[in-house]
Design a protein around this ligand. Structure first.
Ligand SMILES: [Zn+2]
Length: 222
């Protein structure tokens, strides 16, 4: 909403408004309001390109985070990004049958910042492993939780020229991908049972309006 209001090119305004918003949300800890801690800005190249924003996942507890990441892989994130996350999810180690890294074009900008302090943040080890981002960080966050994921997904959904230059390294095949999707779907079903939540197999997407994505929607695995 803030990006829509301020327009994508006004990066500083967007970060400032979100900083104020997070400060406000943090103020009353008793309300247990969810807020993201990190923002990421991606663009097709470093000069005068449209910026695509994303924030880190804000959930309470493990089942909630795992449910959101699975649902995002199956129904929201751009395909390359979802593939990279699914090569791990729900584990911290790669699936041997779907060992896929996404290599972004070298001129892609992908920069994350702390929403509170506004300091730049290096990509975590998981984001390096999934997207080939350059970092010296050794901390791996749960795959799919970082702001980089949403931001890169938005970039690749909307910029066909960048998307076509992304390389998939590893043993990506249609069959392996279907198998990985089925594993994610099973994990999602189990997590929803744990909560417990009766699922009607519908996904809710608040940002549907921005998905002017020209890719084909894929059928969900049974
Ligand atoms: Zn990360």
């Amino acid at each position: 909403m803030v990006v829509q209001l301020k327009r994508q090119e006004h990066e500083d305004d967007i970060r400032e408004i979100l900083q104020e918003l997070v400060k406000e949300l943090k103020r009353d800890a008793s309300k247990k309001t969810l807020y993201s801690t990190t923002i990421c800005i991606s663009a097709g190249n470093t000069t005068d390109s449209e910026r695509h924003y994303g924030v880190s996942m804000s959930t309470t507890g493990r089942p909630a985070g795992q449910i959101l990441v699975a649902a995002s892989c199956l129904n929201f994130w751009e395909e390359h990004v979802a593939d990279a996350v699914m090569s791990y999810y729900p584990k911290k180690s790669r699936k041997t049958y779907f060992d896929v890294t996404i290599q972004l074009p070298a001129d892609v900008r992908c920069e994350a910042f702390n929403l509170g302090s506004r300091d730049a943040i290096s990509p975590c080890l998981s984001c390096k492993n999934m997207f080939g981002l350059d970092t010296t960080e050794t901390q791996p966050w749960a795959c799919g939780n970082c702001a980089e994921v949403e931001s890169l997904s938005n970039l690749l959904k909307l910029e066909k020229e960048v998307r076509e230059r992304v390389q998939r390294n590893g043993n990506w095949t249609e069959e392996n991908k279907t198998r990985a999707k089925r594993a994610v779907m099973n994990h999602l079903r189990n997590k929803l049972k744990e909560v417990p939540f009766e699922w009607d197999k519908q996904f809710y997407t608040a940002q549907r309006a921005i998905a002017e994505y020209d890719g084909e929607e894929e059928p969900l695995p049974e």
